[in-house]
Design a protein around this ligand. Structure first.
Ligand code: RB5
Length: 149
């Protein structure tokens, strides 16, 4: 399977159940899911998991990533420290669609203590179904990349 249908998932301890629900949901849609855990409920450190997932995307091994923690915020901050990563936290489907269409986001972050499973899967679908629109948005995304130099 090509990287275009390969997606990495990770979380901290606060979001294991939701991560596994997301994994099952998108696998049913034909995605090759690379779930890098964790699988046990012990307290862990979200920066580690955000970085690992972001590196799988930045390296080209996976085309997209979905990461989760209690709020989605901390793990998003860690992922965005990896060059080439554009990750947004979303609690609604409109934002999830727009971060793909306008910001060419390659990662989505979810807060397991913020959204329920039904809403989370709706957000995931919006993110995966949308495509980058390019044009003026490509100029702006390019400006973000320039800030990484
Ligand atoms: C863990 O308690 C919690 O701080 C973490 O999951 C996340 O919400 C941090 O941003």
């Amino acid at each position: 399977m090509t990287a275009s249908k390969r997606i990495v998932l990770s979380s901290d301890h606060a979001a294991i159940d939701l991560r596994q629900a997301v994994a099952k949901h998108i696998a049913q849609q034909g995605w090759d899911v690379v779930d890098i855990g964790p699988t046990t409920p012990e307290s862990t450190h979200y920066p580690r998991h955000g970085k690992a997932a972001a590196e799988a995307v930045a390296s080209g091994d996976c085309s997209l990533g979905i990461i989760l923690c209690g709020t989605g915020q901390g793990i998003m901050m860690a992922a965005n420290k990896v060059p080439g990563i554009r990750c947004g936290v979303c609690s609604d489907a409109f934002s999830a669609r727009m971060i793909r269409q306008h910001n060419d986001a390659n990662m989505l972050s979810l807060g397991a203590r913020v959204v329920g499973e039904g809403q989370a899967l709706y957000i995931v679908d919006a993110f995966l179904d949308a495509e980058f629109e390019g044009g003026r948005h490509a100029t702006r995304v390019g400006m973000i990349e320039t800030q990484e130099d």
